[in-house]
Design a protein around this ligand. Sequence first.
Ligand SMILES: Cc1cn([C@H]2C[C@H](O)[C@@H](COP(=O)(O)OP(=O)(O)OP(=O)(O)O)O2)c(=O)[nH]c1=O
Length: 186
Amino acid sequence: MLILASGSPRRRELLTQIGIAYMVNPSSYKEDSPKKKDPVKFVQAQAVGKACDVASIYPGQWILGADTIVAVDGAILGKPRNTKEASVMLHTLSDRKHVVYTGVALVRDGEIHSRVVETKVWFRHLTDSEIAQYVASGEPLDKAGAYGIQGRAAAFVDKINGSYTNVVGLPLSQVCKMLRKAKVDV
Ligand SMILES: Cc1cn([C@H]2C[C@H](O)[C@@H](COP(=O)(O)OP(=O)(O)OP(=O)(O)O)O2)c(=O)[nH]c1=O
């Protein structure tokens, strides 16, 4: 059975949504600080790191790992460390376009398949009080870029270009193609 190397409830929900059977074993891979790196290389390395970490515990089994970040104007935004950082991130994203990158890695022993999917997202203008209220809701804290498109932040999004599930944490169509190509029995 496929093993999901993730503690993210969103990734579990997404895989469940499309009827893929899986077991969960979150990775203990230590996430790197995202600053000043190429976003594509960064998320890909993170996804491979997470999947390889769990693959070493399960020889012969397929492991799926993923990592999501937000990139805006050369800066990479991961998960905010506190409410202040969440507020700064949301002010940065207000009234502009950013890109969400999710790296996906499928690993079995030494065999590694990986790719990065990107989605462009346009936020409308957010007022200070709107940001303060959203941060107080607690929703931003465990999410890259300090927002969840699947939650209250749906109201911030003018439009997206690309995969919606990629923004939530796992690009489902692309994951299915990877599973098929690697001949994973799901
Ligand atoms: C942009 C965005 C991110 N997110 C979430 C998806 C990811 O869970 C999280 C980014 O953090 P990640 O480091 O990618 O994942 P994680 O720490 O939650 O879980 P794990 O490493 O164990 O797989 O942000 C949303 O839920 N909605 C959104 O709109």
